[in-house]
Design a binder for this molecule. Structure first.
Ligand SMILES: [Zn+2]
Length: 505
């Protein structure tokens, strides 16, 4: 016992928790690094190919809003890297289509493992699509890549990094990797041997088959791969021995990502496989510590979308920093909706100004300085670990200032300030980088000449109303008000500005 403890202590002393700063293209972004536990410069190997791997779902049930917030926050970061920092990303995701939970579901539903996986994978992509989350460039299913996974396990066994235990399963030997605990500290006690394993922390690379269960043949026995090895093998298959970014929810940091890093470093003979691990914070329902299927307190994505639009949910995710935990509640969704509405109204006000419905005296120097200051704030926020809440704060300051200018400084000369149009475009473009579209007219533009029809109706009502004003005919004006009120019921807002009228959605 004493000797064993001494041996473990020496391993802990030798353990290297260091992070190696990669060589390559410095993006100018600082990103939180869970190995150093502080923000580090994001240096990608090649500006023309940022390798990005996301741990995909185990397809045994409907995805819930916890999954939605994770994939949505990662989608926002990918959009920022692509559209704001002009980086090319190649993204890869695995689909775990064989697993204990899938097997249990197939027994419960009395359908094959393959049919369970197909059904819930299809639903997963539909959910992502309904949330406007971009699909990865490359999707790899476990059952379609079994030879690649077995080859990875064989290499680890050949190199004495993995062993077959008496239960016929193959385990990774954590003592063979001196940096185990790099991503998250582990206690000395957790390395104690247990049953047939050399250490309590040793994890299955290959699970020996049980009677009447789906299995694959291998030279070390029938069975199926463990969860951790899938990601290492599939990610390495595409990207090799170095990956820029590997992402997932914070609950994956340990043990899943720790194990991925350990076995991949051993297989590739390197001290660092992934250069940056990105972890998104938890989402939990108000009043619940944790949302999980076992606690039966989950809300599916499709159920959530019955009451909350995808755009409002996206706004809520952008309001919360990607690493922060987030509480899902009706109050929070209302706050997100109010913020989204304030941007939509701002855009409509600016459009009414540029269309000549609102006439205001604009000090271009003041607006131009606001454009420069806001652009700086956006850059500072996004280079500081993708701080989207700070970007929204800067945009809301713009909304407040410009709304006040447009509503309080009357002018009759009809001059249009380019700076107002520029700052409006800055707000629209920044939100569109996050996947938020506030130009509702554009959204509906393709539908049945809707804008043309509305412009004709608005123009007709405006002329009739002007006639009513010049003849002081209350009946005509009342009819015009009725049209305005009825359109409002359809979600179309008509505003009268003196003799002119504008419309928005
Ligand atoms: Zn993974």
């Amino acid at each position: 016992m004493f000797l064993k403890r001494k041996c473990i202590t020496s391993i802990l002393k030798r353990r290297n928790h260091g992070w190696i700063k990669p060589e390559g293209y410095d993006t100018g972004i600082k990103v939180f690094n869970c190995v150093t536990r502080d923000k580090q410069p994001l240096i990608v190997k090649n500006k023309n190919l940022v390798s990005w791997y996301t741990c995909g779902p185990t397809v045994y049930d409907s995805a819930h809003i916890g999954h939605a917030s994770c994939f949505l926050k990662l989608d926002v970061i990918q959009r920022i890297l692509k559209e704001y920092f002009n980086l090319n990303i190649v993204s890869v995701m695995n689909i775990t289509d064989v697993d204990d939970k899938i097997i249990a579901k197939s027994n419960e539903l009395k359908i094959s493992v393959q049919d369970v996986a197909k059904q819930f994978e299809k639903e997963f992509w539909q959910d992502l699509d309904s949330l406007n989350i971009n699909k990865p460039d490359c999707v790899l299913r476990v059952t379609e890549n079994m030879e690649i996974i077995k080859e990875f396990i064989r290499k680890l066994m050949d190199d004495q990094k993995a062993y077959k235990a008496t239960d016929n399963s193959v385990y990774f030997d954590v003592h063979a990797y001196e940096s185990y605990g790099k991503l998250q500290k582990i206690s000395e006690e957790s390395l104690e041997p247990v049953h047939f394993k050399k250490s309590n922390m040793d994890f299955a690379l290959w699970k020996a088959s049980k009677p009447n269960e789906i299995f694959w043949e291998s030279s070390w026995g029938t069975g199926r791969p463990g969860w951790h090895i899938e990601c290492s093998a599939l990610a390495s298959h595409v990207f090799g021995s170095e990956i820029d970014i590997h992402a997932g929810g914070i609950d994956l940091r340990f043990p899943h990502h720790e194990n991925e890093e350990a076995q991949s470093c051993c297989a590739h003979g390197k001290t660092q496989w992934v250069n940056y691990w990105l972890h998104t914070g938890h989402l939990h329902l108000k009043g619940c510590e944790k949302m999980s299927k076992s606690l039966k307190n989950t809300l599916s994505i499709s159920s959530m979308l019955q009451n909350t639009s995808a755009q409002v949910f996206r706004m809520a995710c952008v309001m919360s920093h990607y690493r922060s935990s987030m509480e899902f509640s009706p109050e929070f969704m209302t706050t997100a909706n109010n913020l989204l509405t304030s941007y939509i109204n701002f855009f409509d006000t600016c459009r009414n100004y540029s269309d000549g419905y609102i006439k205001a005296n604009i000090n271009n120097d003041v607006v131009n300085k606001l454009i420069t200051d806001t652009s700086d704030k956006i850059y500072q926020a996004l280079t500081d670990d993708f701080n989207t809440p700070l970007v929204l704060k800067a945009l809301s300051e713009v909304v407040t200032t410009i709304n006040s200018m447009l509503h309080s400084t009357q002018s009759d000369d009809g001059a249009r300030s380019v700076s107002i149009i520029t700052i409006s475009n800055l707000v629209v473009k920044t939100l569109s980088i996050f996947g938020i579209n506030i130009n509702k007219r554009d959204v509906n533009a393709s539908e049945n000449n809707f804008i043309e029809v509305m412009d004709i109706l608005n123009s007709f009502r405006q002329e009739i109303r002007q006639l009513g004003i010049s003849k002081r005919d209350q009946d005509i004006l009342k009819l015009c008000d009725n049209v305005r009120d009825n359109l409002k019921k359809c979600g179309i807002i008509v505003k009268d500005h003196g003799k002119l009228s504008s419309w928005s959605l």
